[in-house]
Design a protein around this ligand. Structure first.
Ligand SMILES: [Mg+2]
Length: 175
């Protein structure tokens, strides 16, 4: 039983752990930018995405990141909170990872049937902590933000929940 009309989860670090070597991904992204004469020194993957977007390379960069994510999703580890599913109310996933990787990991652990909507990095024009993706998930679940809960494992998740008007809980407080 839950006091909410809908529950949305972050994916990586919340329901599953994607088997992705992010240092590798960052190297790959940096190489793509350097090959086009853009200097990614001192930036993380998400800042490299911004640099790529400014220079017409976002699709190329996201495609490369998504390849790592899909691969890592195939050997994703199930986390304890996944046992909370299914719920008696609609459930969504709102993730920074590409939608395909989210679906692969959910399916791998038999969770896909318990999740009614998946909003990934490429499912919305903005990413968390912008509230847009979370609001898209809540709308798809037919719920209102103020009657919904977002569960995540990062400051960015908490910030997105606050901006979208959802209650927020840390993953460690739910298990
Ligand atoms: Mg996470």
């Amino acid at each position: 039983m839950t006091e909410y009309d809908a529950i949305v989860y972050d994916l990586d670090g919340t329901l599953v752990h994607l088997d992705v070597d992010w240092a590798n991904v960052a190297d790959c992204c940096a190489a793509i930018l350097r090959a086009r004469e853009h200097d990614p020194t001192g930036t993380d993957i998400w800042e490299m995405r911004e640099l790529a977007a400014e220079n017409g390379l976002l699709d190329r960069l996201d495609g490369a990141i998504a390849e790592f994510e899909r691969e890592g999703a195939r050997s994703a580890r199930r986390l304890a909170l996944a046992d909370a599913l299914p719920h008696s109310v609609p459930v969504g996933v709102c993730s920074l990872n590409c939608e395909a990787a989210c679906r692969i990991a959910l399916q791998l652990h038999g969770l896909d049937g318990h999740v009614d909507t998946v909003v990934g990095r490429n499912s919305h024009e903005t990413v968390k902590p912008d509230p847009g993706p979370l609001l898209q998930a809540v709308e798809a679940l037919g719920a209102r933000p103020e009657r919904s809960l977002f569960v995540g494992d990062s400051d960015s998740d908490e910030e997105a929940a606050r901006a979208a008007g959802l209650d927020f809980e840390w993953v460690e407080d739910r298990v």
